[in-house]
Structures are given as C-alpha cells and as structure tokens.
Design a protein around this ligand. Sequence first.
Ligand code: WT7
Length: 678
Amino acid sequence: MTTDLLTNAPEVEAPVFPPRPPRQGRPTPHISSMDEYKKMYEQSIADPATFFGKMAQDLLTWFKPFGKVTFGSFKEGNVSWFLDGQVNACYNCVDRHALANPDKIAIIWEADEPNQHVSISYGTVLAEVSRLANVLKKYGVRKGDTVAIYMPMVPEAVYAMLACARIGAVHSVVFAGFSADALRDRMLDAKCKILITADQGKRGGKTIQLKKIADEALAECPSVHTVIVFQRTGDAAVPFHPPRDVWWHDETMNQRPYCPCEPMNSEDPLFMLYTSGSTGKPKGVLHTTAGYLLGVTATTKYIFDLHEDDVHGCMADVGWITGHSYIVYGPLANGVTTILFESIPTYPNAGRYWELVDKHKVTSFYTAPTAIRALRRLGDEHLQPYNLDTLRVLGSVGEPINPEAWMWYYKVVGRERCAIVDTYWQTETGSIIITPLPGATPSKPGSATLPFFGVDVAVLDPQTGKELVGTGVTGVLAVRSSFPSIARSIYDNHERYMDTYLKPYIGYYFTGDGVTRDKDGYYWIRGRVELDVINVSGHRMSTAEIESALVQHAACAEAAVVGIPDELTGQAIVCFCTLKTHTAPQATDQTLLAALTSQVRSHIGPFATPKRIVVTPDLPKTRSGKIMRRILRKVAAGDVGEEDVLNEDVLRLKLGDLTTLADPGVVAALVKRVATSQ
Ligand code: WT7
C-alpha cells in the first residue's frame, strides 16, 4: 500500500459555518444542537444494544420482535443485528404508509423530457409492487433466489426492487450504463435465473438500447430462463424472444394487486450490489434486511432532516448504492415523497435540477461534487428563473467536495439558508457514516465533519496498524465496531470479504480511504489509499478492470491504467498501452486509439471512458517485471516535463527513487510520448 496521498495533507484551517436557525414556518430539526448530537453519539457507542434496540423499535415495523440486538465482531467476520427478528423491507417502505394514507405521494417520476412527470401514491406503489411480486412467483422465484435488474430510471425499477424484497428474493441491480459484458459477468456470478429489464432507456434525449445489450449478455447466461421486459419507449424494432421474454404489461395485468409479504429473518440477505476493488473481478457486496433498513431509515431521517411532508430529491441512479439507499429504501421507509429523475443535470439546459426543485417543491436535495462543479462552471444565470425557497438541506456524496464547489452550493444554490451535508460512506457501509447533521453540526467546507450514531471511527497508521489518537493526525480510516448497515459478506466469497475489509487491520473494518482528523476532531477524507481503485465522477472502478479490457484487444500487448487528478471529474483515467508489433500494422494511430477506447466502453461501460490513451513502446518496470505505476501516474499528470528528463537530480526529485527500474531509459521515452501524443 502506498502512502503517497497521506504525506501531503493540505492545511485544514477552514472557515466554520454554524447551523442556520430554522426559517419561519419550517420544522425544528430532529437534532438541534451539538450537545444533543454528542449525547446521542456517546450513548450509541457506549451501549449500542440499547441505542439501536430502541431505534429499531421506533423506526421499523416488525412482524416478530428481535431477541439479541447485536452479536459477532469484525475480528470474527460474523456481524449480525436484531437476531431472530422478523421484518420485511417492502412492508416498511410501502404497506405501512399505504395502509395509513394510500393517497400520499410516494414517488414523483421526473421523465427525461422536462414537461413530463408522474406522481405515484403509496397505494399505487403497493398495487404495482404486488402485481410484479406475483409475476415473479409465477416464474418460480422463491425466497433467497437472486434476480437481476437492468433498468432505466423509471418507477418500474423501484417496483422491481421492492417486489423482490416483498417475496424475499435478493435483487442484484446492474446500473443501466454497464455494458453487455459487465451485465453478463454479474448475472453469472450471482447465478440469476430471472432478469428484469426494459426495451430502451432515455437519458438526456438519447436512447439506450437496453434490451439489445441485455440480449448480448443473455447469450452467455443460459441459466436465465425468464426475462421480464418493461416497455419504456414501445419501439417496435426492439428484439423480443418468447417464450424466454415476457412483457411486463401483459404479465402484471393478469395478477392480483395484492401479494403478502414474506416474513424475513433480520439477517436474511436483502440485496447484493457489485462494486470494484483492487482486482479486476467485481465483488457482490451483500446487505441483509434489518440492519441495512434501519441504517438507511435513520440516516435519511436525521441527515436530510426529513419531516412528514418533505420531498426528497436524490439525483443518483438506482443502479448505484446511493440510489438504493437514498432514492428507494431510506425515503420510502420514512414515508416521505422521493424524486426519481430520469435525465441528466444539463438536459435540455443547465437549469434542469433547479426547475425540478422549484416544480416539485423539493426540501432536501442530494447530488455529487462532479455535478456541482459542472453546474458552477456553466454559470449562475441558470438558477435565476427558479424559486429554490423550499430547500433546507443540500447533500453531497461520492468524493471529497472542494471548498470552492461547497461555497457555491452554499451561497448560490442554498442562498446561505440551507445546511450543506457532505456525506461520506461506501457501497459496503450501506448508509452514510461520516456527516454533519443539519441542525447541529458547524460545517467546514471540504470536511465530512463527524461520525453518525454508532460509527466508532479510528485513524490508523497504515504501516503499523496502530491507532493514531488525538487530533491533527493523518492515516487510514477504519471503524472499530460494527454498526447495523455494514455489509455482511461478498456474495459467495466470504474469504474475499475478510481479506479486503477485515484482515488488513485485525479487529477493524478498513474503508480503504485516507483521512485526516483535524484539531477539532473533524474528519477530512483524502481519497483511496490503494491507487488501483479510482473514482471518476463519484464512480468507483478498478484500474485492473480497465487493463483487462484493453489487453483483450488484438493489438494491445500490455496495459497500465492510472488515475490522475481532474478538475471536473475528481479523477480521470489515463491508459498506457504497448502493442503486439505483428498485429494491425495498417491501423493508423487514430483508429487504434478509437478501437481501444471502445474496447473499454464495451467491456465496462461508457462511464469508464479513458480521458487519454498513450501508446508507448515500453512501460517502466522493476527488474522483477512489476509495472511502476507511481511513475506512470506522475508522467500522466504532467508532473514531469521533457526538460526534466535531462537532469537526473530533477528527475529523482519529481519521480522518487528510480534505481529499481530495469531500464532507466524508459522514462525519457515515456515523457516524450506523453508530450507529443494528444
Ligand atoms: C468511495 C465509495 C457512497 C456512495 C457513492 C460512492 C468516496 C464517497 C465521499 C465523501 C470523500 C467520498 C470514498 C469511498 N467517497 N463519499 N463525502 N467525501 N470521499 O460509493 O462507489 O462505494 O465509493 O467514494 O473514497 O470509499 P462507492
């Protein structure tokens, strides 16, 4: 593990923004002082069983009460919560609200075209979810089976997730931007027998050929016997292969709009979601029912400070964990209205978010720093036409938010009246773990501030694994003891779960992120410490995955991929490739580069498009043949110029020790190649 990121922790002297007092007519925040936060936090750490036992009774509806609140440890890898309780996530997100108030709006679907939106009541959600649950049962889906979902951002994507939860099937949502290969790998790994997808998707005015891509993936997934296809566009040219393929509308029409909920054990799996780690093979992070549900219910309530009539607008996609937790499960469990946004922030213009906030009277809004930076760059005039007065909480997630973007969010979007919550968490944590609370925490732009209830944070020395105590320390971020929503395993690979998260520092959950604890005890996330995991626009991917895509191209001999800092996307992908000289001699550089790019796009998905591909005669390697990515990263980032290679001392200063390089001449050639290629 390299500690590059940890040695240059920037100054953490930052301005402090105290929480804004509630405006006239707005609700008093659930947690309204630092004393209250501190008292609750201390209780949650000192006696998690009492704290979360009570919270689980208050916030969730149980079919059968749980026994022991918490059992197991990070050391043993057997974490479990609310043992022997019976609960159903769908019941908590839908039924209990539908029974009390069937007309209350659960989902506002804002379609790709700005003049189209649909409001859907809790009663309708119950009926639609039930119909689909009955269809799933008809096709043999039973408790514990895995169901793949590859859907655009339509209400039916939410119904599909909830229908699985209702009957105890484990959903595996694959983001609709993933390629056929990626979908295939995920369906095979999860042993799915059913896929729920759509004919096409719409996004930013473009059409995405979902069914066509799914068909390609299905060609190599013989175990999938049924494909339920939702008609988003109704394009007649979409391929359809009965009897395997069935239409969503035909099937649901014939089913009864009620289906009983399967009582699930607290620790039964609710879903898996694939994420990237340091090897090429993505891992199916496994979340269980009660702990996950409590984690997202509590964090959504306290961090977005949700009250009865609120409208929560999370701009993520349901294909990522942010969508699972803060579009679907968290807001619906709280019985508020959640926005499902099919489009992109710049379609048809850069005012789209703000039009949506105005039109639907959004009270809490949640997006990623990359979107905030892009919109800031496009100019404040896009906000002018809209009334953003309903907003109280503005959230950020996915990567560190730079102070400039934070200030813009605070001043221009929030008009200095909203709380900014920079929320730190991961697919694995299931819910937010470090964050300000709107009514309590003084904020510092760029800091995720303080841990949420029950999250016992530690900063470790990356080399010795010893805890760095006190303030003003920088190390790796770990968690000392389990909290309800932490992932329990990796699907079918518990050993990898142990090796990745629990064995690096025995007794701790290892996040993989670097962190500074400043003089006030505030946390500043520094990004991933393993440099083979990169974060582009808040999407986590592994360099190994991209390398493996590149070397599958006939002309590519070897590939090395690095992440470099990027003003807009946080990090950007740069690929270095060497060629098999005997292949494709006629390929001009341009066509080759385009082919390599499309190789990555078709193997992973368009969101993994490299910013740059450099074809180079050689890669810098150690004598034992290991690629020195440290050098590539600095060269790719432009830290070394052509004049620097002339001076050994300068080069050593900029690139560090080069004596382990098998061929020191490689560096000069590489720098030249980067300088001259485009
Ligand atoms: C990684 C997790 C959790 C939803 C989105 C991404 C980075 C996430 C923050 C933040 C600094 C952040 C971390 C983390 N990250 N939120 N507020 N400040 N970094 O989920 O794909 O599981 O990625 O995203 O590096 O480990 P994910």
